[in-house]
Write a protein that binds this ligand. Structure first.
Ligand code: HPA
Length: 273
């Protein structure tokens, strides 16, 4: 057993007895979905700090807890708060929550985030179904001894985001009359925002949106054979495309403005899965 597997097993053993039923759907609540947890019924709440070896977020405004319960008749485990590579955790640690949720039973993973818009057809408030991603600018979370119980050494990444789920996201957004674009998400290490020259390069490489999370989580989930859906909320246009300086408050403000719409989209999507 690798060190990562031992830690995972330890974390699993520390919480499994608190959980009433096996979750089917895992969900990471990014910016704008902070209140989503209010919709979850029959909740069990587990603070990350109470789980051995579990990474805890250091970013202000990011809660750190699992909420396990039901939404409609679906059994879900939601993460309120995630950790990022820029906080100083190893990639292995950053994806530990994903691996734990899979171990607890979740087969489908819904990833959400706030991102900067590179595609000029986007504007702040646009939603984007992640169709593919570029992780070449961050280390792979799969580097190191391969935990064979989780997945194979050389996993295929030719379809990380499930096409059927992307279709379902579009039918949901159509019904709700919410505009949903398609695009490619590029992950940077952060924590700094990008320079205009970097954004130009990312654009030339085919990226539509840029952010500091998600793609590494999707990679770890794909390694374990999960079905994955990803939604970005464009909170700002990326550096150089936006003529004004970027700041975290702008990201938080847009996320708060679209929060009701985002919550509705994700809830109705879950209903259809
Ligand atoms: N760049 C990187 N990450 C982000 C951005 C951005 O412009 N907006 C929200 N998250």
């Amino acid at each position: 057993m690798t060190e990562a597997e031992k830690k995972l097993r330890n974390a699993y053993d520390s919480i499994i007895y608190k959980i009433k039923y096996e979750p089917d759907i895992a969900l990471i609540l990014g910016s704008g979905l902070g209140d989503f947890a209010d919709s979850i019924e029959e909740k069990t709440i587990i603070d990350y700090k109470d789980i051995p070896d579990f990474p805890v977020s250091t970013v202000s405004g990011h809660a750190g807890r699992f909420i396990i319960g039901k939404l409609y008749d679906k059994k879900i485990i939601a993460m309120q708060g995630r950790v990022h590579y820029y906080e100083g955790y190893s990639m292995d640690k950053v994806v530990m929550p994903i691996r734990l949720m899979k171990l607890l039973g979740a087969k489908t993973l819904i990833l959400t985030n706030a991102a900067g818009g590179i595609n000029e057809k986007f504007s702040p408030g646009t939603f984007m179904a992640i169709n593919d991603h570029i992780t070449s600018f961050v280390p792979s979370p799969l580097i190191g001894e391969n935990p064979e119980t989780l997945g194979e050494r050389f996993p295929d990444m030719s379809e990380v985001y499930d096409k059927e789920l992307i279709g379902l996201l579009h039918s949901t957004s159509d019904e709700l009359d919410i505009d949903l674009k398609d695009g490619i998400y590029l992950q940077t290490t952060g924590p700094n925002y990008e320079t205009p020259a970097e954004i130009n390069m990312y654009k030339a490489l085919g990226a539509d949106a840029v952010g500091m999370s998600t793609a590494c989580e999707a990679m770890a989930a794909k390694h374990m054979g999960m079905r994955i859906a990803g939604i970005s909320c464009i909170t700002n246009m990326a550096a150089g495309i936006s003529k004004t300086a970027l700041n975290h408050n702008e990201v938080k403000e847009t996320a708060a403005l679209i929060s009701d719409k985002f919550t509705k989209l994700v809830k109705e999507f879950i209903k259809k899965i």
